[in-house]
Design a protein around this ligand. Structure first.
Ligand code: KIV
Ligand code: ZN
Length: 534
């Protein structure tokens, strides 16, 4: 069986490694929304979570397997340490998927063996194939990762890979867990594996890597030249520490430079056939969705999906682009699903036009959500002359993609000015249905609002990030506020958009507090269940 392929498999781990970013915690519904978007994007494999890690993770993986892991949908994968309990849990979680995968891992670097696992090479060399064989009893599709492969002794790595492939691993993933390798080192590592693991043609070679030195994408592209055929990546490059390799950068590099990569995949140089299954037109939308739901801001100069990625500021560049786009552009903004940001709707637009445009933008809303978003649109259209696609996206995200409103903000009112003491009044309905009004003063209007809200909600937290961005240009632009707060070492985010940034600030804070409150309530329920079982 020769497992080599002439196309690159995109393995998305936004919902597993990506969700490990501080503050990127997502609830089950949000994970499902992202999984659906990933399926539309065309990823081959969705690593949906780490089922043994928590009941919430298990539930999310199982739901994704059930709803997104359909006949024509992606493979749904669950992560598991190399233990029977982890593997069994991953197997149960991915079972509803038509194509389910178990991804099990065990470290192979001496540093990890000595300090983390306290095991010898011989011990892990015995455990890994045994666990792969155990995983095979649940599904034919088993991936194995020798964690910290980038710092492992290559000779030991070869032995490990040969053993797990003999035990049935169909994908062997080579992780640069700490983002230490350089492109030529990673390329050489894959070349060595190809040359020294006798049964390597029975498995797909995959790569996984972190961006600690900003090299993850460059590293992966180099490995493609030596036989890596699965790339593990995340939307916007989110993930543990400095993040993972960014899906959009890998896909667009393979797309824009396919003539360069074609020969490495055994194709004629001029072949126009895509190197991945990704529908590149979905990239921008998916990036925005992940950013909105995780509260992880995309830096303006981020390649492919940053706000400035297609903007030309210098007069010389603008002149060149007007004469011929090719002078300064290597790809067209429309190829990632960005349109020319034309004015689409206004105050007099009806529900039909609104629904049609949202469908064109790829939103798939239920009737209830559509009605909610339409009311919000009418409200904005009263204050803002022209509604662009960016505005529409902000309105929908603000209205629909909010955590459950456990505490509901009914009213926010501020008075401030250069000779006034900033004062805010808020009216909030608590989860018990009680309506509470309170007021506070602060160093500025937002500070006053947050203090007033804290007096009602009363959950101690530390505000660690507050940012305001304008969605479009102009005095009547919608402002988008993102905030992150910390409670007991965990980070919770909130985002809201409004033509009034004071209102957006209040709503963003309420969003983050609702996430925090929801998590605390969930923890309470889990503890109660545990005490009942014990
Ligand atoms: O970075 C890493 O090594 C991982 C493994 C679980 C693949 O995320
Ligand atoms: Zn990782």
């Amino acid at each position: 069986m020769d497992k080599s392929t002439d196309r690159i498999i995109i393995f998305d781990t936004t919902l597993r490694d990506g969700e490990q970013s501080p503050g990127a915690t997502l609830n089950v519904e949000e994970k499902l929304t992202i999984a659906r978007a990933l399926a539309r994007l065309g990823v081959d494999v969705i690593e949906a979570g780490f089922p043994y890690a928590s009941p919430g993770d298990f539930e999310a993986v199982q739901k994704i397997a059930h709803t997104v892991g359909t006949e024509n949908g992606p493979t749904i994968c669950g992560l598991a340490r190399a233990t029977k309990a982890d593997i069994k849990s991953a197997a149960e979680a991915v079972k509803p998927a038509v194509k389910g995968r178990i991804h099990t891992f065990l470290a192979t670097s001496d540093i990890h063996l000595e300090y983390k696992l306290k095991k010898t090479r011989a011990e892990v060399l015995a455990i890994a194939p045994e666990m792969v064989a155990y995983a095979k009893t649940f599904t034919p599709d088993v991936e194995f990762s020798p964690e910290d492969a980038g710092r492992s002794d290559p000779e030991f790595l070869y032995q490990m890979l040969e053993a797990v492939i003999s035990a049935g691993a169909t994908t062997v993933n080579i992780p640069d867990t700490v983002g230490y390798l350089t492109p030529s080192e990673f390329g050489t590592l894959i070349k060595g594996i190809k040359e020294n693991v006798p049964n390597i043609d029975q498995a797909i070679i995959s790569v996984h890597g972190h961006n600690d030195l900003g090299l993850a994408v460059a590293n992966f592209l180099e490995t493609v030249k030596y036989g890596a055929r699965q790339l593990e990546c995340t939307i916007n490059g989110i993930g543990e520490r400095a993040g993972n390799a960014a899906l959009e950068e890998l896909v667009m590099a393979l797309h824009v430079r396919r003539q360069y990569f074609n020969p490495f995949l055994g194709r004629p140089v001029t072949s126009e056939a895509p190197l991945t299954n990704i529908d590149t037109q979905q990239i921008y939308k998916t990036s925005r969705l992940v950013s909105n739901l995780t509260g992880m801001f995309v830096q303006p100069n981020k390649a492919i999906v940053g706000a400035n990625a297609f903007a030309h500021e210098s007069g010389i560049h603008q002149d060149g682009v007007l004469k011929n786009k090719l002078t300064y552009e290597i790809m067209d903004a429309t190829s990632i699903g960005l349109n020319d940001n034309q004015i689409v709707l206004g105050k007099h637009s009806g529900r039909h036009a609104f629904r049609t445009r949202l469908e064109e933008l790829g939103f798939d809303l239920s009737e209830t959500d559509l009605n909610k978003a339409f009311l919000s649109f009418k409200d904005v259209a009263d204050k803002k002359k022209t509604i662009t696609d960016w505005d529409l996206e902000a309105i929908v995200n603000d209205e629909i993609q909010q955590p459950p409103e456990l505490f509901r903000l009914e009213l926010v009112q501020v008075s401030c000015g250069d000779n006034a003491c900033p004062t805010a009044t808020v009216k909030i309905v608590t989860p018990d249905g009680e309506e509470l009004t309170d007021a506070a003063t602060g160093t500025g209007p937002v500070d006053a609002i947050y203090k007033a809200i804290n007096r009602v909600v009363n959950i101690p937290n530390q505000l660690i990030e507050f940012s305001v961005q304008s969605v479009t240009e102009g005095i009547d632009a919608i402002g988008e506020v993102t905030i992150r707060l910390r409670h007991e070492q965990k980070i919770y985010s909130g985002r809201a958009a409004n033509t009034d940034i004071i209102v957006a600030s209040a709503r963003a804070y309420m969003g983050a507090l609702n996430r925090l409150y929801g998590a605390l309530e969930k923890r309470k329920v889990n503890q109660d269940n545990l005490s009942v079982t014990v």
